[in-house]
Ligand binder design. Sequence first.
Ligand code: SF4
Length: 294
Amino acid sequence: MRNFITANEYFLSVFGQKVYKIALDGGMSCPNRSLDKKGGCIFCSSGGSGEFAQQQCDSVPEQISGAIKLVESKKPRKFIAYFQSYTNTYAPLEYLKSIFVPAISDERICALSIATRPDCLEQSVVDFLGGLNEVKPVFVELGLQTASDATAKIINRGYETAVYLDAVKRLKEAGINVITHVIIGLPGEGKSELMDTIKTFNDSGSDGIKLQLLHVLKDTQLNKMYEKGEYVPLEKRQYIDLLMLALRSLRPGTVVHRMTGDPPKRLLVAPLWPADKKRVLNDITSALKEQFGE
Ligand code: SF4
């Protein structure tokens, strides 16, 4: 028996029906990509890990309408406004209000999901998001990737793990649902580093987790390491074994929002097996059956 909950099960219990995430662009950049920070995380593409967001030139309501149109055929009724690209709290509070208030006020939107960095969450922003959370649920997604400060230096994450723990604590105090991003297959990491990361996640109080493989994308620092033979990507079997290990080790009741990534095919350099998403999902489903008997 598994002791985690899938995102679909969780959203069904909260909203009473299937919900769709629509990716929006808040028009913000990322403090870790500025030149003095050496250009960002080594795996980050120019799209700031949000290749599927609606391009920002439209207002938030216009972006919502455009994104809903794209999934119209599925006849969805409830949507989560997902601010995915870059760091979506990297702006003055007044600007954040001008983006998030229209989104949460839109009657088609049932919740907000905001991806950001733990070192970009001033208390005034946390308080503001806590206020929005009283209107509709707010999820804040934090890119931890690893609990190892040594690996964090290699990937140029730009903050220490203690900063993540403090951010989760303050978000939880504000009543906000926290989702943590963890990457499997980071340079130099194996089972023991992944277990340390899952333990840190379990102890942090974060509600949910997104697990994904490290992809080598074009025009990234990681691609240069890969070309020089300094980074070897995981095989599919290795990834699925590590994924099952992580899932088995989660705190009971954790919501698992993602078990695999969805790399943009036009940018993917290695490994190439994630491009066949259907087969990857089938293989993960088989492994889940083997592990958890369902
Ligand atoms: S924090 Fe996100 S957007 Fe910023 S450099 Fe890292 S992956 Fe890219």
